[in-house]
Design a protein around this ligand. Structure first.
Ligand SMILES: [Zn+2]
Length: 357
């Protein structure tokens, strides 16, 4: 059956996801004294793969949001992201001080072009030392809150223009100017889970580690990501606020839910086209997803044949009228200062945030 999550639970999971990823990375680190793989663990590699795909889609479709997000291409970690008992080991392995370590850099991103490299540590932003930044958020147990606070600060700083970053690389300080890329559609996290699923919450796009593993083709994964980013761009989360999954399953209010899925599939094709992905991928993915979840009942989502028909029709339409792919939703405010600073209201009624089919 379809995966359903409460809004509040999903938000908590999304906020914890990078921390969970880091925790698993640490497990892998302890098992292997000197891992030679590019990332820290398979899950960290999944983080980079998802971010790479999401970044490409977001940047190529930046004009679809009136207030695009500032994207860096950085995947960060810090001491606070690990349990206190593990911090000494982590710091020694990664040369991590009291700033923010660069776990990875998306190729071709703003950070990459600025010369930031994996293993660098950000020690100051526009002259402010990071060692004392949000130290109140450093607790005994692992938390992503301090990184979250820094990323918010960095994004706001970059809205004003290029930032000056002071880095430490192999113990040697260096300073560089760092401009952001504009992007639209949200940020991306891998959720360690055995379910084959993905969902969005208005700002983040979450994909389970199982789906990441099962879908080896980046173009097919890109369709999943683009579908979720479309929900964020079109502000479906706000529109469906308070609509319960139970009512939807009873057929009450499900029409609008299905409409949002059709809209997300349609826009996703446009996002993929602009980002240069193989447009045969959506149909391939949908067929695979139907095989993996044969018992799902299309109550809140259109059925497989209808979804394939929707994406096929949109591909044909774009081929006839490619300029229409650039139309931005008129009411999209994702990425605006308002969207960033206002917490979504708590929802106690479970709602079907998203499933991939
Ligand atoms: Zn959807």
């Amino acid at each position: 059956m379809m995966m359903q999550r409460t809004r509040t639970r999903s938000m908590a999971v999304l906020r914890m996801a990078p921390m969970l990823a880091l925790a698993l990375a640490l497990t892998a680190l302890q098992a292997q004294a000197a891992p030679e793989s590019p990332g820290m663990s398979p899950l960290a590699d999944q983080d980079l793969r998802l971010a790479r795909i999401g970044y490409r889609i977001a940047v190529q479709n930046a004009d679809r949001c009136p207030f695009p997000d500032r994207l860096t291409g950085l995947l960060l970690h810090d001491r606070a992201a690990y349990d206190e008992r593990d911090r000494t080991l982590i710091a020694a392995r990664f040369g991590l001080g009291n700033g923010f370590g660069v776990r990875d850099v998306i190729e071709g991103s703003a950070a990459d072009r600025a010369g930031i490299r994996r293993g660098d540590e950000i020690v100051a932003l526009n002259g402010s030392e990071m060692a004392s930044f949000a130290v109140g958020l450093i607790g005994r147990t692992a938390s992503y809150d301090r990184i979250d606070a820094f990323e918010t600060l960095l994004s706001r700083t970059l809205q004003q223009g290029p930032a000056t970053l002071e880095l430490r690389r192999d113990g040697v300080p260096r300073t560089l100017q760092f401009p952001a890329d504009l992007g639209c559609g949200g940020r991306w996290v891998v959720i360690p889970a055995n379910a084959f699923n993905a969902w969005s919450d208005g700002h983040y796009v979450a994909v389970t580690s199982r789906l990441m593993t099962d879908i080896a083709d980046d173009a097919e994964l890109a369709f999943v990501v683009a579908h979720e980013m479309s929900h964020n761009i079109l502000r479906h989360q706000e529109q469906l606020h308070g609509r319960s999954a139970l009512l939807a399953q009873l057929g009450l209010g499900s029409a609008r839910v299905k409409d949002t899925e059709i809209e997300a599939d349609t826009l996703a094709v446009g996002l993929l086209a602009r980002a240069g992905y193989d447009l045969g991928a959506p149909e391939r993915f949908l067929v695979q997803a139907a095989r993996k979840r044969p018992f799902d009942v299309p109550i809140t989502h259109p059925g497989l044949k209808r979804r394939i028909g929707i994406v096929t029709a949109e591909i044909a339409r774009l081929q006839l009228h490619p300029s229409t792919a650039t139309v931005a939703p008129s009411n999209a405010a994702f990425g605006s200062e308002h969207a960033r600073t206002v917490e979504p209201p708590a929802v106690t009624t479970p709602i079907a945030l998203e499933t991939i089919d």
